[in-house]
Write a protein that binds this ligand. Structure first.
Ligand SMILES: N[C@@H](CCC(=O)N[C@@H](CS)C(=O)NCC(=O)O)C(=O)O
Length: 213
């Protein structure tokens, strides 16, 4: 089967979950960089009808939704599921849901601003999204053990959420969340993590001629 093609943007935290997983599993893949997440044709999103990334194209399959892509990859390449992608433990499911929810809210706020809205704090809905980000971070901080052994899919998602929030300065006083920051710091130098960090990813994309539109 030909090598997987992953469509995403250099800063997309949902795409980064898959980039890190692919690297950890040693799977060679082609990274196709989308130039805009405000484009209105599915073409730029690997034909994801929801106009989002990531999208994975592999053989005859097109897989959308980051966690589904992760499950697909594990099914094909890592049946022992060494990172716990398919974990059904309630604590893993809840942590992943909170991380994904924070990431979703970040995307909505960033794209609302990029799309032209200026007074996000003045809208009850957008203000609520920002409050939920803070509440989600507080919850995650309480439910993260910085010293727990191993590196799991939950850790991959946590790192992607955290470094993206730091890059976009989307949350208040991230330093307050010492348990999350401690856990992320443990993995920051791991090659799969360091090579996909926001600044590294942007530099790599620029070197490859990528320009956002
Ligand atoms: N639930 C989706 C979320 C994907 C998502 O929101 N991706 C962002 C980039 S990080 C995007 O493409 N947003 C465009 C939009 O929401 O219109 C997943 O896990 O794949």
């Amino acid at each position: 089967m030909n090598k997987p093609k992953l469509v995403g943007t250099p800063l997309s935290h949902f795409t980064r979950k898959i980039r890190i997983l692919l690297a950890e599993l040693g799977i060679d893949f082609e990274f196709v960089r989308a130039t805009s997440v405000l484009a209105t044709s599915a073409t730029g999103y690997g034909e994801n009808p929801l106009l989002r990334v990531p999208t994975l194209v592999h053989g005859g399959d097109t897989v959308i939704e980051s966690d589904h892509i992760a499950r697909y990859l594990v099914g094909k390449y890592d049946p022992s599921d060494r990172f716990g992608v398919r974990s059904e433990r309630v604590e893993d499911l809840n942590r992943l849901a909170v991380v994904n929810g924070i990431m979703d809210n970040e995307v909505t706020l960033i794209l609302a601003k990029r799309g032209g809205l200026t007074d996000l704090a003045g809208s009850a809905y957008f203000a609520k999204l920002a409050i939920a980000i803070e509440a989600g971070l507080a919850w995650l901080d309480d439910h993260t053990d910085p010293e727990a052994p191993g590196f799991s899919y939950g850790d991959i998602a946590l790192v992607c959420m955290w470094q993206h929030a730091a890059h976009y300065k989307i949350a208040e006083q991230l330093d307050r969340r010492r348990r999350i920051s401690g856990r992320v710091a443990r993995f920051a130098a791991r090659p799969s993590v360091a090579s996909t960090a926001p600044e590294a990813s942007l530099a790599e994309a620029a070197a490859a001629g990528w320009k956002p539109t």
